[in-house]
Design a protein around this ligand. Structure first.
Ligand code: NAD
Length: 370
């Protein structure tokens, strides 16, 4: 039987509560569908700091590196606000991204019909929205050197960040975007600022060349990133896959995310390069939200972002496309039935807690899988 290894890092705050709901789905899939998931579990963030003084142990890092996929909950909370910078909870996530070389961040913005009214845009602009933002995650201005504050000696200082991209970095993120587009609407829009940035000129050239050489069947458009931001809130449904750099992707993915309502709904995936031998990519799946210390322990957190992150894992790490489709459909159906956690509650709907929402999605998933 095929075995599929999953390494779970629930983390802090509502992370463990949301992960519990994913565990139920994994257990059912193994029992009923023979999916052969083998799970192991570790500590990350504040819980790891409490146990062994670092944001993730070397043993858990090794398990993350060996697994087919990592599922990550959330880290942080006021309890750890005063811990040293190098071992702060977020350091665990940054270490995972760095050591697993997760250069491609995927953030879908899907608007479930039942939640169209909760968007800050008019429902007709967002109903049925399904776009995917592919953000370069390990390069660009967040990492480029020099990166410093210089004392100019005349009472002035100078802050310096460096935007830098090499050909291979653009080529590999563009390839991810084109490949994903082939599994969806077959369209990619690349966004940069070639009008004012040299890195934007190179970005545009390399995306164009990668398209010509390997993906001519995919439709490619280019847009300046500022115009892209405007178009995202003017007419978001015009996009299928958007590919952009680290900085613009950070901003544009947050804008796109908020078109769809609550933080508790948003999944993400971060992928590395394919292994030369197996063709499998390292991957980490996590909800966009944080550890929500204000509601942690109350059993009221929305588990949908975590469950939808697991659906992305089924799709991208295990090619269980039918299961991923069914799990996403199960979420939509449950919302359609008016079942809501507190963060997405609306008049006339039934308010439930984390476990009941997870159970409702699992019941729907079972029915769809029958
Ligand atoms: P947050 O995402 O934790 O919470 C923001 C607001 O949204 C809160 O009111 C919270 O209750 C609500 N919320 C978030 N997720 C929810 C869910 N699933 N269901 C219902 N409500 C939800 O962001 P924050 O308050 O800025 O940060 C809290 C902690 O989380 C901080 O320590 C921060 O550093 C950390 N954080 C971690 C990550 C991560 O682990 N990737 C991301 C962001 C923030």
């Amino acid at each position: 039987m095929t075995t599929r290894s999953l390494f779970l890092l629930p983390g802090d705050g509502i992370g463990p509560e949301a992960m519990t709901e994913v565990r139920k789905i994994v257990a059912w899939m193994n029992d009923a569908r023979g999916t052969g998931f083998v799970t192991d579990e570790g500590l990350v963030g504040g819980s790891a700091y409490d146990a062994h003084g670092s944001a993730i142990s070397e043993g858990d890092m090794a398990k993350a590196l060996a697994a087919d996929a990592v599922l990550f909950g959330a880290v942080g909370g006021p309890k750890w606000d005063g811990v040293p910078y190098e071992v702060r909870p977020e350091a665990g996530l940054l270490r995972l991204r760095k050591d697993l070389e997760l250069f491609a961040n995927l953030r879908p913005a899907i608007c479930y019909p039942a939640l169209a009214g909760a968007s800050s845009l008019k429902p007709e602009l967002v109903e049925g929205l399904d776009i995917l933002i592919v953000r370069e995650l390990t390069g660009g201005v967040y990492f480029g050197e020099p990166k410093q504050i210089l004392d100019l000696g005349n009472g002035q200082k100078r802050g310096i960040d460096t935007q830098v991209y090499d050909t291979y970095e653009i080529e590999r993120i563009a390839s991810v975007a084109f490949e994903l587009a082939r599994t969806r609407g077959n369209r990619v829009c690349s966004m940069e600022k070639r009008n004012v940035m040299k890195s934007g000129v190179l970005w545009n050239q390399v995306v164009t060349e990668t398209h010509r050489a390997k993906y001519p069947d995919v439709k490619l458009d280019h847009m300046l990133a500022d115009a892209g931001g405007m178009q995202l809130v003017r007419a978001p449904k015009q996009f299928d896959v958007i590919v952009t750099d680290n900085l613009f992707g950070d901003l544009l993915s947050d804008v796109a995310a908020m078109l769809t309502g609550s933080l508790g709904m948003l999944p993400s995936a971060s992928l590395g390069a394919p292994d030369p031998k197996t063709g499998k990519r390292k991957a980490l799946y996590e909800p966009v939200h944080g550890s929500a210390p204000d509601i942690a322990g109350e059993g009221i957190a929305n588990p949908i972002a975590m469950i939808a992150s697991f659906a992305m894992c089924l799709r991208y790490s295990f090619e269980l496309i039918g299961d991923a489709d069914n799990l996403e459909k199960a979420i939509a159906n449950v919302l359609e039935k008016g079942i809501r956690t507190a963060d997405i509650m609306a008049p006339g709907c039934r308010k439930v807690g984390t476990a009941e929402m997870g159970d409702a999605i699992l019941a729907e998933f079972r029915a769809l899988s029958a």
